[in-house]
Design a protein around this ligand. Structure first.
Ligand SMILES: Cc1ncc(COP(=O)(O)O)c(C=O)c1O
Length: 433
């Protein structure tokens, strides 16, 4: 196998490490997730579902910019809308009428959406929704389940909790997915002080025994608000997200990734009686209604409707997921690797010979997939630009990578894999304590 060169990436990374802590603005885009030496660390351009890296390698992409790109890179209809708006100005002194136009579109799509406020990142939306819930209820505790962004109240629950005051940390409680009793416990232990339940309605695991309805019932029984964090599920599971897909309507929802095909825009949507509090709380920032992103979002959603993008993602994803698991079986690796999740978004688990999820094996598999033209990152976010031929090319690359993995595991397991690595070992974003 002739491995591609990442010489320029490695050289620039060494320089960048001297000036940018972490060498990226987002952990999931940094060298802890893309092995320096055997995968690219810098991308210069993207078109459709393909990226070109600093060394000139072209790769099929499955991060899709962490799920922010839903149509494809440099998608003409969105680029045209952005270019047209650019001529009229990006950030204007007063709100653009596009705020209303997009609001009406979102109102039509999301079952809970009667009013809307915009942000730039998903974290803006989740922060705003939680502040609103605290203001409405006069309570302080937040119950959460899933990932919700970089703000204090959520990150306090993770292993990267340095810099967060203990008082803030004490106000966020987690509960377990598919375990209504764990949510009941949070309410019992925080005696009338839980403002809201914020959760990803689903991640990889599906809700069982009417879990979402049960969460809604428990939350309302205790006088708290239910917020669905639809930053990932929105525009992907269905156009109207998990609330449409599962038919469970929350009080408020947070959307973000995907609504602008990569342009920075997010939103809190929700019932009028709750959203009205945004008039009183402080949710206000310079770029909140930046017009390029509003224009991009209108164009993106229009294309999504026209092409049934969630349906397309599900078809492509089902083919890849089934194909991957068939390949794992063909190579006798069913106990080592599996592709699981929803058709529209799935993840690949990779274990070592002891049956433990292994970053060493993941690093090796990434190296081998990248060498065959696929920027493997551990999960698959599909876009409208991923076509059947791309899925087939990906499966062919995975076939070769799995053959290498089988060979290395057979010839010495993890020890052998370590010897075969060309780059740095991947690291978790959140370390196990
Ligand atoms: C479910 C969920 N909520 C919130 C966020 C935070 O979004 P952002 O990183 O845009 O602030 C993310 C980001 O990955 C997410 O996956």
């Amino acid at each position: 196998m002739k491995y591609p060169s990442f010489k320029k990436s490695v050289e620039l990374l060494a320089q960048v490490r001297g000036i940018i802590p972490g060498a990226a603005q987002t952990f999931s885009k940094g060298p802890t997730q893309f092995s320096a030496g055997s995968a690219p660390n810098f991308i210069v351009s993207g078109k459709g579902c393909r990226l070109t890296d600093l060394d000139g390698n072209e790769l099929i992409d499955y991060s899709s910019s962490l799920g922010a790109v839903t149509l494809g890179y440099a998608y003409p209809a969105v680029d045209r809308a952005v270019a047209a708006q650019m001529k009229r100005g990006m950030s204007l002194t007063l709100p653009s009428p596009l705020e209303y136009e997009l609001g009406m579109v979102l109102k039509d799509i999301y079952p809970c959406a009667e009013m809307v406020r915009y942000g730039k990142n998903g974290s803006d939306a989740t922060s705003g929704a939680v502040r609103a819930a605290r203001a409405i209820t006069g309570r302080e505790v937040v119950a959460c389940c899933g990932y919700h962004g970089w703000q204090d109240w959520y990150i306090a629950t993770t292993t990267r909790d340095r810099g967060i005051p203990g008082g803030v940390k004490a106000l966020t409680k987690t509960f377990d997915y598919n375990d209504p009793a764990s949510l009941e416990r949070v309410f019992e232990e925080n005696n009338g002080n839980v403002a809201c339940v914020i959760m990803e309605a689903t991640g990889v695991v599906r809700p069982e025994k009417n879990f979402l309805k049960e969460v809604k019932r428990i939350t309302h029984k205790h006088g708290a608000l239910l917020i669905f964090d639809e930053v990932v599920t929105g525009f992907r599971l269905a156009l109207g997200g998990a609330q449409e897909f599962f038919g469970v309507v929350p009080d408020m929802a947070c959307i973000g990734k995907g609504m602008g095909n990569g342009m920075p825009i997010s939103a809190v949507v929700g019932k009028k009686r709750f959203m009205k509090v945004f008039d009183e709380i402080f949710f206000s920032f310079t770029f909140g209604g930046e017009a390029l992103s509003l224009a991009a979002s209108l164009a993106t959603i229009s294309e999504m409707k026209r092409h049934d993008v969630p349906g397309h993602m599900a078809r492509m994803g089902q083919t890849l997921m089934d194909g991957y698991n068939a390949l794992a079986k063909k190579h006798g690796l069913e106990d080592v690797t599996k592709c699981v999740g929803y058709p529209c978004r799935n993840i690949v688990s990779l274990k070592d010979e002891t049956g433990q999820e292994s970053l060493l094996v993941k690093t090796f598999f990434q190296q081998e997939a990248v060498a065959r033209g696929v920027l493997f990152c551990g999960y698959h976010n599909y876009t409208l630009s991923h076509k059947v031929r791309d899925i087939l090319a990906t499966l062919s690359a995975y076939d070769g990578a799995l053959a290498e993995l089988k060979d290395a595991l057979g010839k010495g397991g993890s020890r052998e894999i370590k010897k075969r690595l060309n780059g740095e070992l991947l690291q978790p974003v959140f370390r196990k304590l």
